[in-house]
Design a protein around this ligand. Structure first.
Ligand code: ADP
Length: 447
């Protein structure tokens, strides 16, 4: 039985995990870099250990420091959160080799799904529809030209190890292939240390719809419905909602049946997300994330289940607390990612939070590690808060969001709060009629 969890993360997700542990009567160990000495996760955890200097590679990504912290604190499990080491198969393996529980899937699945080329191969075998593309990695420019011609333009060259929307290049026509090939490979090499790329057809107007899956070690697999993450900038999510305004009950039931079957066959464990593109009534797999997602709260709001508690239970060798028939999707939830960025130029900024007031009320949830007087460091991801609302229906959720955004005060640094106010006043958002390209077009028109 897990008695003490070390949280190998920071910010809002560290707080989220601490709260789940407190409910389960599990002690927590926070790890932190020197610059995070006064961070909220350090204050709220039962214990804390400094694991290195501000640079993430020397602290939050430093496997030996984290393992030493687990050893000195007597933790028996590690929760990686999202980002940092959460999708590092080697880390999961080393954690297990040290006799600790890694709260996540088996290393073999992290590794298989972390490489998008092997993920595509695995999904094809499991009968999951893929975006039309190459069968494996592209070996050279000649091969790229040949396959691109077969698939048809526009095409997208993607990094096998890519993430965060990086390492992707579009070629609209054959003459653009060479440049896109060179750019995608060099971006992949410098960003991920791996220049393996593959090819997909570049879909014209899809929505990004992802499914939340959960599996226990007894072979039970449950899906918790979908999230619509089509509001993106530079292929990165900005605002998410659940359920998707584009999907009906019949479509949801049909695709989730296929996915649940595949996850069962895979012998997967824990939380996983199937990211799909949805166009003209068809679904196409793009990737599987083997961790808790930033946007998991909207699923919690519409199903009433605590996904982090579920992760811990499953890692503890327990059965999922929920059966498929108990998962009822009710109401509507929306999440805004509040970043410490200029709302127009998107340039990240750091500094002192002079004044902080979080909105509240029925159906309003804030997942954030901010407080008045906190100094946002320049060293990490710019996500500083998640504003999540829940309403009985979509209109009510939008109304609550509008009020909450107006009430939210984060003074001292630039944030994307005002961008969200603009987005949710637009007709395309209100009608729910938007795709993955809409936000960029909207931003361009408002330049
Ligand atoms: P990452 O791991 O970098 O987030 P994904 O494969 O998940 O990469 O894709 C991120 C986003 O890029 C998707 O949500 C979608 O907006 C866009 N995208 C990815 N593949 C395609 C495609 N084949 N056609 C059109 N858009 C795509």
């Amino acid at each position: 039985m897990i008695k003490k969890i070390l949280i190998a993360n920071r910010g809002e997700i560290a707080l989220r995990i601490i709260r789940a542990c407190q409910e389960l009567d599990i002690k927590t160990v926070a790890v932190h870099s020197t610059i995070d000495e006064n961070a909220m996760h350090v204050r709220l955890a039962d214990e804390s250990v400094c694991i290195g200097p501000p640079l993430a590679s020397k602290s939050y990504l430093n496997i030996s420091s984290i393992l030493s912290a687990a050893e000195v604190s007597g933790a028996d499990a590690i929760h990686p959160g999202y980002g940092f080491l959460s999708e590092n198969a080697k880390f999961a393996e080393i954690v297990n080799e040290h006799g600790l529980i890694f709260i996540g899937p088996k290393a073999q699945h992290i590794s298989e799904m972390g490489d998008k080329v092997s993920a595509r191969t695995a999904m094809k075998k499991l009968g999951i529809p893929l975006v039309p593309g190459s069968d494996g990695a592209i070996k050279n420019l000649q091969e790229l030209k040949k396959i691109a011609k077969e698939i048809g333009f526009p095409i997208l060259i993607k990094a096998a190890s890519g993430g965060g929307g990086k390492g992707m290049k579009v070629a609209e026509k054959a003459s653009e292939l060479e440049e896109a090939w060179n750019l995608a490979r060099s971006e992949a090499k410098s960003g991920f240390g791996d220049d393996t790329v593959y090819l997909e057809r570049y879909l014209a107007n899809p929505r990004h719809i992802e499914f939340q899956l959960f599996a226990d070690s007894f072979g039970n697999v449950v899906h918790f419905g979908e999230r619509d993450c089509s509001l993106q900038r530079r292929h990165q999510k900005v605002l998410e909602e659940a359920p998707s305004p584009a999907l009906n009950e019949e479509e949801r039931a049909k695709i989730s049946k296929v996915i649940v079957k595949a996850v069962k066959k895979l012998g997967y464990l824990g939380a996983g997300t199937f990211e799909m593109l949805y166009e003209n009534g068809e679904f196409f797999f793009i990737e599987m994330n083997t961790r808790i997602q930033v946007e998991h709260p909207i699923t919690e709001m519409i199903t009433g289940f605590d996904l982090v508690k579920e992760q811990i239970n499953v890692a503890n060798g327990k059965k999922l607390s929920v059966k498929q028939k108990d998962v009822k999707i009710k109401g509507h939830s929306i999440e805004c990612r509040i970043n410490s960025e200029d709302p127009e130029t998107f340039i990240p900024n750091a500094g002192n939070i002079k004044n902080y007031h979080a909105p509240g009320g029925f159906g309003v949830r804030i997942d954030s590690a901010l407080y008045s007087g906190y100094k946002v460091p320049p060293n990490y991801d710019s996500l500083i808060a998640k504003l999540i609302v829940y309403g009985n229906n979509r209109e009510e959720a939008i109304l609550k969001l509008k009020i909450a955004l107006k009430e939210y005060v984060i003074d001292g640094i630039n944030t994307t709060l005002s961008l969200h106010e603009k987005i949710i006043s637009e007709n395309e958002f209100i009608s729910g009629n938007y795709d993955i390209r809409w936000l960029e077009k909207f931003l361009k028109n408002n330049d």
